[in-house]
Structures are given as C-alpha cells and as structure tokens.
Design a protein around this ligand. Sequence first.
Ligand code: NAI
Length: 319
Amino acid sequence: MSSIKEGHILIIGSGLIGRSWAMVFASGGYKVKLYDIMEQQITTALENIGKQMEELEKSGMLRGSLSVQLQISLISGCTDLKSAVEGATYIQECTPENLELKKKLFAQLDLLASERAVIGSSTSCLSPTKLFTGLKHVKQCIVAHPVNPPYYVPLVELVPHPKTDPATVEKTYALMKEIGQSPVKLMREIDGFALNRLQYAIISEAWRLVQAGVISPTDLDLVMSEGLGMRYAFMGPFETAHLNAEGFKSYCERYGDGIKRVVQAFGPVPEFSGEVEQKIDQALCENIPADSDHLNTRREWRDTCLSHLAKLKKEMQSN
Ligand code: NAI
C-alpha cells in the first residue's frame, strides 16, 4: 500500500514526457512539483494530467493504490526554479532535446541543488559527458532515459557520467523500482544507449528489406507486430534463444553460423531519405494520414493497447 512519501520530486519541463513522469511519481505516492518556463504550459499540463488520470481510473488502468483525487492533488505547478528545487529529493529534467538549453539549465541547478538531491535527465541521445562535465554536483547526476510514454512503458535506462557516484546509480535504481518502473543500468555511456541502438538496428534492416523489394512496408510492420513483437513483449532476444533450443549454448551451436552468414550480408547504412522514404510514408498514410487528428487517434489507441499489455504482464508475473 503506497503512502505519501517524504520530500518532493521536481519535474522540469511539462511537455509530453514531463507530464507522464509526474503521473508515474504521483502514482508511487510522491509529491510532485512540475516546473516550466511557460506558465500556460503548466496550466495545460495540470488539466491534461487530471483528465488522463480520471479516464484511467474509469477504465481501471490507474497505477498505484492511492485514490485518483489524492494522486491528482499530489501534483502542483511551479514557475520559480529556486523554490521548486528547495526540498527536492529527486529532479527529473524533461526539457527539449537541445544541448545548449539543457547545459544552461544544469548549470542553474548546480547552484541551487542540495548535496542530497539526485539530478536525472530524460535525454534520448545526449551523453552524460556532454550534459554534466564540469558541474560541481556531477556525482549526483545521471541520465534516466524513459520510453515514451513512461506511464505505460516502464523501462528506464540509467546511464552514469564517468564521475557519477555509484550511490547515485543505486538510489535512482531503487526509486525507479519503488514507483513501478523497470530500470536497467548501463555500465558506461555509449551513443544511443541500449534501447535506441537496438531500435536503430531494426529500423535499418527494415529499410534495407523494403529498399531491396523483398517485402512491402505494411508487411514489414506485421513481421514485428504479429511475430517478433509478440514474444519480445515478454522476453528479450537471449531468453528467446534459450527457449528456442535446448538452452542458449545449444542455440549458438545450432544457429550461430547461420546468424553470422545473414548478418554479414546486411547492406550499408541507409540514407533515411529519398524513394524508400516516399514508399514507406505512402504506405503508412493510406491507413493513418499524417495530420494531427489521425495521429492522435492512433496514439490514443496505442496507449490503450500498452496499458492493457502492462496489466497482462503484471498478471503473468504473479502467476
Ligand atoms: P516537449 O517539447 O513535449 O516538452 C518540453 C517542455 O520543456 C515544454 O513544456 C517547454 O515549455 C519546457 N521547457 C523549455 N525550456 C525550458 C526550461 N529552460 N526550463 C523548464 N522548462 C522548459 O518535449 P518532450 O517530448 O517531453 O521531451 C523532453 C525530453 O525527454 C527530451 O530530452 C527528449 O529527448 C526526452 N525523451 C522524449 C521522448 C519522446 O518520445 N518524446 C522519449 C524519451 C525521452
């Protein structure tokens, strides 16, 4: 049973990711301050969060054990950075993916943060070295990269700066577990972290298969959604291999040579533009035209699917 926790969490940036993080922390019983440079953005965010949480409650998908009203009341807006930082035990930065902007913000936080607060960044692809080098509080800084939307997809990649204190990694790991996310630790920084490296490997080979005329864009998406994706929602490539033979060693013995042959035949890095881009875009737009109404409807459908999947995964884990 969750109860209200000591201190508060500060979310900086109340856009798509900041809102979702705020809901995740509130579901874990944390008071959340949502800071933004645009006051109107905070007002819209708070309204949107309240609406989303009430809808989640109605559909039985609200996370955590606190009532919806209590969870909503735990989140408040704030336009003064100094008072927002005061008393914050954990800070999650969610500003736009712009190195200069983020560096400026971390320099401000460096002056304001206590010796205790962990400072996490949601960045998708900026390295901890670029973001945190030179900060007085670098030991307390870490990348905590979520997957959109974090309320439904629990993975968080924790990526330390070379000077991040191991205690910061452990504290962040424990906090993420406590609020129901699934943290993983990268031992050192690498471009793309782990998730995007895998995602980019997939999108590159998908592109090459369409480019070579082997498969249509629509069927390629089905290969993932009706094939690989079905089991990848429950287990990774290593466990898949382990179960697809008499253990992992037997899998490598049986299939290792074949995998090497296929991977060696992969083509060059795609350009991600031109004719193939046109072909994929056209196939996608036949079903989902790229205007905001159609995209938003499909995003809502995706989020509903993800919330049902999250529920199923929880049920399967307790079996
Ligand atoms: P967004 O554009 O939706 O929201 C950014 C918010 O930051 C806006 O509300 C803006 O007013 C505010 N902001 C701008 N400058 C600020 C400042 N100096 N101080 C405080 N607030 C400021 O962006 P989004 O999509 O939420 O992304 C945020 C971060 O999360 C980025 O680093 C992004 O790479 C990362 N991320 C995004 C994912 C996605 O799929 N959207 C997935 C995983 C990570």
